[in-house]
Design a protein around this ligand. Structure first.
Ligand SMILES: NC(=O)C1=CN([C@@H]2O[C@H](COP(=O)(O)OP(=O)(O)OC[C@H]3O[C@@H](n4cnc5c(N)ncnc54)[C@H](O)[C@@H]3O)[C@@H](O)[C@H]2O)[C@@H](O)CC1
Ligand SMILES: [K+]
Length: 525
């Protein structure tokens, strides 16, 4: 898992490094500026061969300080650099002020407001956005928003010659680094160079759409000791996540038995896709449990997946006497009424071996709607449950949290999807996987991770009917294989996107489980 750092955590690490005497603020600022220059030259090597014209936009804090360093380093390369600043120099923090003054020996500083209307007919190769970084505390005022908006518009003018590239220092100005929420974002970047570690806001909400390519520059801050994620931290689900799906041998009963509960006649497709997902994920056995009237329909469609009749809660309780069933999936195509009926029996299932434990339980779709309608059920959730709401289901379950998430952001850092998911998991007492292009997974102890289908992992084809049913099945499969709930959710989210990316355009939900063998092979398994 890759560590992500909020603004407050970043400030803490910087302060600790400076207090230890290992670095000074000026060292860090110089390395940050150098990191931006290195990254932009690596992305656009053609710029190095000419004498590019650059506009550097500097703000009133240390982000602006980084901008003054970039301006100086580019000027020293012989580039034509103009600097525009927002705020009075005598109010700059000391390191930013020092770099402002160093720049003054090389060139003037014009007010940011001079950019209203854009650059006119001038040709500009590169704009460096160093107005606000992690210190953004409120929405942009119009006197900052206007010039940034004007540059955005100016870029699209048909009479302009050549391409103007935008590099954002740390985050595009107006993006909340913690939440990815828009606090007056007007200028999307082609490249964002962030420092030490990426920030949650670069993966959440509006972040990925506005950062362009994301590069993390090392500025010599000490690395955190390697360890698994801790309460209060946010991590990024990375390519190490799918390891929990790896099979090491054993016979089918060693890999668990998933029971997927299905709904009535004509409603079985979603549950069958979930079951197929669980089976391909390596569960030793998968059984579909449906009402008697739907047996023929399901029997006609299933081979490796077993079929059992589950009429009602009593039948489910009886079936769960089979102690080999160690994971359940409720929701896809189940029907809200049947879900409400079966949920108490599913939640009551316990196993006693060395200690009491609960079978893994994925609650999706109709099971979430049933859960939202009956708060008493919420109290029965246990730590082997995984709730997989999309935004609408999350709103039914936690209306106050969605209201906070949708409220117009005023001050920063803004309440984020990570905050909302973490609070939901705490209340539910189980793992919550809040779906989206920015999927967030949290456990009741406050651990939180993000899986973003963005940057080098976009998966727009996943927006297709039934994709969520397969994800529920993937999680159930990994739970049956005795993965902790949070790890099952993270691995499933990663593999789900990988399947979509491996299949590519034209994907339908049925393709996702069938793509898993190819994805596993590509992982070298
Ligand atoms: N934390 C670190 O370890 C490092 C930080 N560095 C840079 O420092 C940045 C953070 O610097 P700061 O904390 O000074 O924060 P910023 O430079 O992002 O901005 C803070 C300043 O802007 C003002 N402000 C905030 N929101 C405003 C708004 N909407 N309208 C007008 N003024 C507003 C604040 O009052 C403050 O004066 C990082 O993004 C990064 O670029 C780097 O120099 C390297 C090391
Ligand atoms: K910025």
């Amino acid at each position: 898992m890759t560590e992500l750092l909020t603004s407050a955590q970043m400030r803490g690490i910087e302060a600790a490094a400076m207090a230890s005497g290992a670095v000074t603020g000026l060292d860090l600022m110089e390395r940050a500026g150098q990191g931006v220059v290195d990254a932009l030259l690596a992305m656009w090597p053609d710029l190095a061969s000419g004498v590019p014209r650059v506009a550097v936009l500097c703000g009133p804090g240390n982000n602006g300080g980084d901008g003054f360093v970039v301006a100086r380093l580019l000027r020293e390369r012989g580039w034509q650099v103009e600097v525009f600043a927002h705020g009075a120099p005598d109010r700059l923090p000391p390191d930013a002020r020092a770099n402002h003054d160093r720049w003054l020996a090389l060139g003037p500083v014009a007010p940011l407001g001079d950019l209203c209307g854009g650059f006119g007919k001038a040709h500009v190769d590169l704009v460096v956005d160093a107005v606000f970084g992690t210190g953004l505390t409120r929405a942009l005022d119009w006197d900052v928003e206007q010039p940034l908006a004007d540059i955005s518009e100016w870029r699209l003018k048909p009479w302009r010659q050549g391409h103007t590239r935008i590099v954002a220092v740390d985050v595009p100005s107006g993006l909340c680094a913690d939440s990815g929420r828009d606090l007056g974002l007007r200028l999307a970047a082609d490249l964002t160079v962030t420092f030490h570690r990426a920030k949650p806001g670069q993966y959440l909400a509006e972040g990925p759409d506005h950062c362009g390519r994301l590069v993390v520059a090392d500025i010599g801050l000490p690395p955190a000791a390697p360890r698994s994620s801790q309460p209060g931290e946010v991590t990024l689900v990375d390519a190490r996540a799918p390891r929990s799906a790896l099979k090491w041998g054993g016979q089918k009963y060693d890999h668990g038995h998933v029971l997927v509960l299905a709904g009535g006649v004509g409603q079985g497709g979603a549950a069958r896709m979930a079951a197929r997902g669980a089976l391909r994920m390596g569960a030793g056995l998968v059984t579909l449990g449906c009402p008697p009237a739907a047996l023929i329909e399901n029997a006609a469609q299933l081979n490796a997946i077993m079929l059992r009749r589950v009429d009602d809660p009593a039948a489910l309780t009886a079936l769960l006497e089979d102690r080999r069933i160690n994971a359940l999936c409720l929701g896809p195509g189940l029907g809200v009424e049947r879900a409400a009926g079966l949920l108490p029996a599913a939640l009551a299932a316990r196993r006693e071996q060395a200690a009491v434990f609960w079978p893994g339980l994925v609650l999706d779709a109709d099971a979430l709607t049933a859960l939202a309608a009956d708060p008493a059920l919420m109290a029965l959730l246990h730590r082997n449950c995984v709730l997989t709401p999309h935004r609408g289901e999350f709103a039914r379950l936690f209306p106050d949290l969605i209201e906070r998430l949708h409220a117009e952001p005023k001050g920063g850092p803004v309440f984020s999807k990570a905050d909302a998911t973490r609070e939901a998991a705490r209340r539910a007492g189980c793992v919550v996987l809040f779906k989206g292009a920015d999927t967030v997974i949290a456990d009741p102890e406050g651990r939180c991770s993000i899986h973003a289908a963005a940057y080098d992992r976009p998966a727009p084809w996943l927006a297709t009917a039934g994709a969520g049913d397969v994800l529920a099945g993937f999680i159930a499969g990994l739970l049956a294989r005795r993965n902790p709930a949070v790890r099952a959710a993270e691995s499933a989210a990663w593999l789900h996107v990988d399947c979509a990316r491996s299949f590519g355009p034209g994907l339908i939900a049925e393709d996702l489980p069938e793509e898993l063998p190819k994805v596993f092979r590509a992982l070298g398994w």
